[in-house]
Design a binder for this molecule. Structure first.
Ligand code: DGI
Ligand code: FE
Ligand code: FE
Ligand code: FE
Length: 187
């Protein structure tokens, strides 16, 4: 599937602000992929589909998680974490996109994980810094993303963990592992 077909498919599924967010993630992912020598075409497809399951109901998401025998730990955590794995599954089943790199970038875009691939990092950071975002600390991540993808990712993960801890929310272990891994790797 090429990028124009992908955009058409997603335009029919994601409406309004969610489609606009997708386009901004696409532009940002392209930019990051070029800057850090990732595969631009794969980054485009992963960006366009990353939130494909975002507007499904919690029940629909849960059904998909069960049917596909997804990581059962996720079911004990926030439903917000399910749309990545479900999108990866739907994209693979419905649109015959079977490239592992693309599917994993979609799958792990919300939680991150240990030992993320370059494409996973590009999509995670693009989703975090796209120009529509206004999280506290996003500006610092944008600046880091001008020259060091790992530093940008580490800061984005740290901000997300801090945000969740501040409201006494659960933090999925993969997010801690993503964060820890980057620190081990740096030393
Ligand atoms: O789908 P988007 O809104 O574009 O962004 P996303 O897929 O990165 O969703 C992020 C939200 O998920 C973020 O606001 C925090 C929330 N969240 C809840 N529990 C966790 C979590 N994020 C991570 N990384 N880890 C968690 O355990
Ligand atoms: Fe998302
Ligand atoms: Fe994100
Ligand atoms: Fe997103």
């Amino acid at each position: 599937m090429d990028i124009d077909q992908a955009l058409k498919v997603v335009n029919g599924k994601l409406v309004g602000p969610r489609y606009e967010h997708t386009i901004r993630v696409l532009d940002t992912a392209r930019e990051l992929a070029q800057r850090f020598d990732a595969d631009v075409k794969k980054a485009e497809i992963a960006a366009v589909f990353h939130d494909y399951a975002k507007l499904l109901s919690i029940d629909e998401l849960k059904e998909n998680m069960n049917d596909a025998r997804e990581d059962s730990r996720l079911l004990c955590y926030h439903p917000e974490l399910w749309h990545g794995p479900v999108a990866a599954r739907i994209v693979s089943d419905t649109f015959a996109i079977h490239n592992k790199d693309i599917l994993n970038a979609i799958r792990y875009h919300t939680t991150g994980r240990a030992n993320m691939t370059l494409l996973e990092k590009v999509i995670y950071v693009a989703d975090y810094i796209e120009p529509g975002r206004s999280f506290p600390g996003v500006e610092e991540v944008r600046e880091l993303a001008c020259y060091d993808l790992n530093k940008a990712l580490l800061k984005a993960l740290g901000n997300t963990i801090a945000f969740l801890v501040a409201k006494d929310a659960l933090v999925f272990p993969d997010t801690f592992e993503a964060y820890n891994y980057l620190i081990f790797e740096r030393e």
